[in-house]
Design a protein around this ligand. Structure first.
Ligand code: ATP
Length: 264
């Protein structure tokens, strides 16, 4: 693979670094081809958020952390892109919230499973569920490879965090009575629409934010977590994210010029 040196003064260095990470992970067999396409789709929505974590995203992250901390058996579901972009953060979040880590892939192969498991172990995970024969249970009414889950993990979980998920499985998990927390830059995706809590933010920014918020909440009393979880309204929160995107477009529609950050 040809590796590209990204000049540190390049105006879009951060975004290019993230892309390079994914391209490297693709050649390491961690990210699927469609994962690269999905990232591009996410980037387009991130422009509309001015590539910043919004207030509604922060509120959703607080509710998500509260739900994870008060869950009985929470699981963090990891796919190729999530492993490539946030393996360490997901493992850290798992440790803080006492969540298990499970691999779940749309394009499942033995090699990919093992490559992702190794990455997660290197990132500090003690146990990685959903690998090989351990993914022996099936989510009902789902025909993709994503139906395969671990009885010790997603099958018996009450809360599942699904960064960069596909809509079918989100719907199926909700039908099974699980609380689903999604991280998705596209507020219109079926995942974003069907999840109980959707954090409309880039995983790269959102993962450290979730850690910070969960660490803060863990020191407080349970009652605060319960209130945060109870009061959260996903529809209202999604509407706020969509309004931010609409306002960005309205401003652009007046002048045709993006703010400096995006213009560069
Ligand atoms: P759905 O099936 O939910 O309607 P989809 O077909 O777009 O959506 P996928 O192909 O699995 O589902 O795409 C994953 C989602 O992840 C996309 O909605 C994309 O916007 C989002 N996404 C991609 N990269 C990131 C990222 N870095 N942070 C947050 N979201 C991302």
């Amino acid at each position: 693979m040809i590796s590209v040196r990204i000049p540190s003064d390049h105006p879009r260095a951060e975004s290019l670094h993230v892309r390079e990470k994914l391209v490297q992970a693709y050649s390491d067999g961690i990210v699927a081809t469609s994962g690269l396409i999905a990232h591009g789709r996410g980037e387009a929505f991130d422009y509309l958020l001015n590539e910043r974590t919004s207030r509604p995203a922060r509120n959703a992250a607080e509710a998500a952390a509260a739900i994870l901390l008060t869950a009985k058996s929470p699981v963090i579901s990891v796919n190729g892109n999530t492993a490539a972009l946030a393996a360490k953060d997901m493992v850290r979040l798992g440790a803080i919230t006492d969540s298990k880590i499970e691999i779940n892939l749309f394009y499942r192969s033995r090699e990919r499973e093992l490559a992702i498991r190794n990455l997660l172990l290197k990132a500090g995970a003690h146990e990685v569920l959903g690998v090989g024969a351990n993914a022996s249970a099936r989510i009902p009414e789902l025909s993709s490879e994503r139906r395969r889950v671990d009885p010790k993990g997603i099958l018996s979980a009450d809360v599942v965090l699904v960064p960069l998920e596909d809509g079918d499985r989100t719907e199926a998990l909700v039908r099974m009575g699980k609380k689903v927390i999604a991280i998705d830059l596209n507020p219109l995706s079926r995942t974003a629409q069907k999840a109980n809590v959707t954090i409309v933010d880039n995983l790269v920014r959102c993962a450290p934010l979730l850690i910070e918020v969960a660490e803060g909440l863990k020191k407080k009393v349970c009652l605060e977590c319960e209130k945060l979880a109870r009061d959260f309204d996903n529809g209202r929160n999604l509407a706020e994210s969509i309004r931010i995107m609409k306002n960005t477009l309205s401003t652009l529609a007046k002048t045709g010029l993006a703010n400096r950050r995006l213009e560069q």
